[in-house]
Ligand binder design. Structure first.
Ligand code: RIB
Length: 310
């Protein structure tokens, strides 16, 4: 029941600040740390931590960062056979500031992620027959994402697209190739061209995304939970009350757990509950991959949530 995760791998350089800097402002932070990150790498680690086999496809540089990133994925139990080491570019780096409320702002230097092309697509094609779920994000070149989706379509396994980092438009063909699309409020707003900030606007956005061709839509709304639609029916999952420390990788935890649940044969609704639980736990700890929940911690909160929701 392998989950195949295709996309970006970064080293995160994080500064904790009293407030996020505004244009031209320098804010003196309190603490600095490095953490392994990158949306797809975070998602792969989230899956592995839940005990579901996972295969990562992407590219790192042949620098020290690349070595750390690769080793960390392997330590977490991710199969990295599909990760290329590139001597032409540096590893992906994300410069992150996190404020006292746990909100963040991120600037990425994609580096090796920008060179993800045919080598990785070939590795992807090889692993497709073993995939139970395919999870792709947008931290690599869009033409590569499109080609991966086309090649994945021949398999019968569900394809999940996390449309992050946010883009103002995506090719129409893309929507038809994915089974589940999982934007957060910001990504959904950019894709649909109006502000998505609650259940009503999320429902309108989901309807727009269905019209574009997306089969199932999950819009994560941060402190307002998640709105989910199959096109025929929709439901809203309440947020899980937790103390927010750092929201980095909450969406990745959500997507990883969602994929793990689908790979494990869970229903759509239960899979979204898995995502909601992993996302809630991830915000309670600093860093991207260091914040992803362990299986024990996850199972405990999952059981409580399944009781509430059923
Ligand atoms: O989603 C969080 C991730 O976005 C960070 O780990 C950072 O690397 C950026 O890509």
């Amino acid at each position: 029941m392998t989950v195949v995760v295709f996309g970006s791998i970064n080293l995160d350089l994080v500064v904790e600040v009293p407030h996020l800097p505004t244009r031209g402002e320098t804010v003196i932070g309190n603490r600095f740390f490095c953490a392994t990150g990158g949306k797809a790498a975070n998602q792969a680690v989230a899956v592995a931590k839940l005990g579901v086999p996972v295969y990562s496809i992407g590219r790192v540089g042949s620098d020290n960062f690349g070595q750390v990133l690769l080793e960390n994925l392997q330590l977490a139990g991710v199969d990295t056979t599909g990760v290329t080491i590139d001597s032409q570019s540096h590893s992906g780096v994300a410069s992150i500031v996190v404020d006292q409320r746990g909100d963040n702002a991120i600037a990425c230097a994609a580096g090796a992620n920008n060179l993800v092309r045919e080598t990785e697509l070939k590795a992807f094609e090889k692993i497709i027959p073993q995939a139970k779920v395919i999870l792709i994000e947008l931290g690599i070149p869009l033409p590569t994402v499109m080609e991966a989706l086309r090649r994945a379509k021949s398999s019968n396994c569900p394809i999940i697209l996390d449309p992050a980092p946010a883009r103002s438009s995506l090719p129409e063909e893309l929507y038809k190739l994915v089974d589940i699309i999982t934007p957060n409020e910001i990504e959904a707003s950019q894709l649909v061209g109006f502000t998505v900030d609650g259940i009503t606007t999320a429902r309108q956005a989901a309807s727009f995304l269905h019209q574009m061709g997306a089969k199932k839509v999950i819009i994560t709304l941060g402190s307002q939970g998640a709105f989910c639609s199959t096109g025929e029916e929709d439901f809203w999952l309440k947020p899980i009350p937790v103390k927010v420390v750092d929201t980095v990788a909450a969406g990745d935890a959500f997507n990883g757990a969602l994929s793990a649940a689908i790979a494990a044969g869970k229903s759509f609704k239960e899979a979204v509950i898995w995502g909601n639980v992993a996302g809630a736990l991830a915000v309670t700890k600093p860093g991207a991959q260091p914040s992803l929940p362990t299986r024990d911690c996850f199972m405990e909160l999952l059981e409580q949530q399944l009781e509430i929701e059923n």
